[in-house]
Design a protein around this ligand. Structure first.
Ligand code: SF4
Length: 325
């Protein structure tokens, strides 16, 4: 059985005037021990997908349809308490912004103990401090006493991100969701942090979904990759296959533009802009930017086709009878 299975998830955001059709029938699976990468330009819906799994969407977000099966139970059909418990004890998430993820007015110690009070409610309270120290040491923060007594602004960006990782590990007994865990960090420590996450995930026997623009690290740290474009999964493949022989036109362009994606000028490598989610393109959402688009691409949404073992692509060039693939 899959640890996590997302089926046909649709999510909208609503503003006063408009509805934004952000996730468009997204499906994804993570089995025990799986390391899954999720790649795509900024704004393609990756963060929305992770937040939908944990049901921590902002108030404008609404899950319209679909299923989020966690160990076989649909989290969209159970009580809030059940989901909160999964969030506190089974699935940890590392957010993009380490400063925003920590409360500036409380010391690290208070925030960490508060998390452990929920995630390790089965432990004696007196054990929580030593557990916090142990988790901080595991993320290579040796001076644990000083870190715990610090306010977030007194720590460097790299140290704050390590604190966030340690806190996420407290909750992640089964699955770690790492959403751009090195954004806003100095490039010199981005690799270090990603490597650390990779090592901890293996050491603790966790499964992981890694969202990152650092495609080289995704290639090293994952077994399987999902490619997301404009709220849809357009390709899924074993990592090595995906990077060596991308099938979907968008995947190829994304990989070709990797050096630019790894810098701050995200998305400049692919001509055109991601669509307006208020009025997403008909048919294949990528057709306005795709050099191979034909008439059918504008009219019919391409089915997700298994082109070879464990390889899926949503593109008419690979649909039966289209002569592709
Ligand atoms: Fe391009 Fe058509 Fe394939 Fe979409 S379905 S990626 S528009 S060829």
């Amino acid at each position: 059985m899959n640890l996590l299975e997302v089926r046909n998830l649709r999510v909208n955001y609503r503003s006063y005037w408009y509805t934004y059709h952000v996730l468009n029938d997204v499906s994804l699976q993570v089995s025990q021990g799986d390391k899954v990468g999720l790649i795509g330009e900024s704004g393609s819906g990756k963060t929305t997908l992770l937040k939908s799994i944990l049901q921590i969407l902002p108030p404008q977000g609404r899950i319209v349809s679909g299923e989020v099966l966690w160990k076989g139970t649909d989290l969209l059909k159970v009580s809030k308490d059940y989901v909160t418990n999964v969030r506190r004890k089974e699935v940890g998430m590392i957010f993009q912004d380490p400063l925003g993820a920590l409360n500036p007015v409380f010391k690290v110690k208070e925030q960490f103990l508060d998390i452990l009070r929920h995630s390790h409610s089965d432990h004696d309270k007196s054990d929580h401090l030593s557990l916090a120290e142990e988790l901080l040491r595991s993320v290579m923060l040796p001076d644990t006493a000083r870190v715990l007594e610090s306010y977030p602004f007194q720590l460097s960006g790299g140290m704050r991100q390590r604190v966030i990782i340690a806190m996420a590990l407290a909750s992640a007994r089964d699955l770690l969701l790492a959403d751009e865990p090195t954004t806003n960090l100095d490039v010199t420590i981005q690799d270090q942090i990603l490597r650390l996450i990779g090592e901890l995930v293996v050491k603790r026997g966790l499964s992981m979904i890694l969202v990152s623009h650092a495609l080289g690290m995704v290639a090293k740290m994952t077994h399987r990759v999902y490619v997301m474009y404009a709220g849809s999964i357009v390709e899924e493949a074993p990592t090595l296959k995906l990077f060596s022989e991308p099938l979907h036109p968008y995947t190829s362009m994304l990989i070709e533009s990797a050096p630019r994606l790894a810098s701050t000028r995200l998305g400049e490598g692919i001509k055109g802009n991601p669509p307006d989610y208020r009025y997403p393109p008909s048919g294949c959402r990528f057709h306005p930017r795709c050099p191979y688009a034909t008439g059918i691409c504008k009219e019919v949404r391409p089915p997700n086709v298994e082109v070879s073992k464990h390889r899926y692509v949503a593109c008419h060039m690979y649909s039966e009878g289209a002569g592709g693939g």
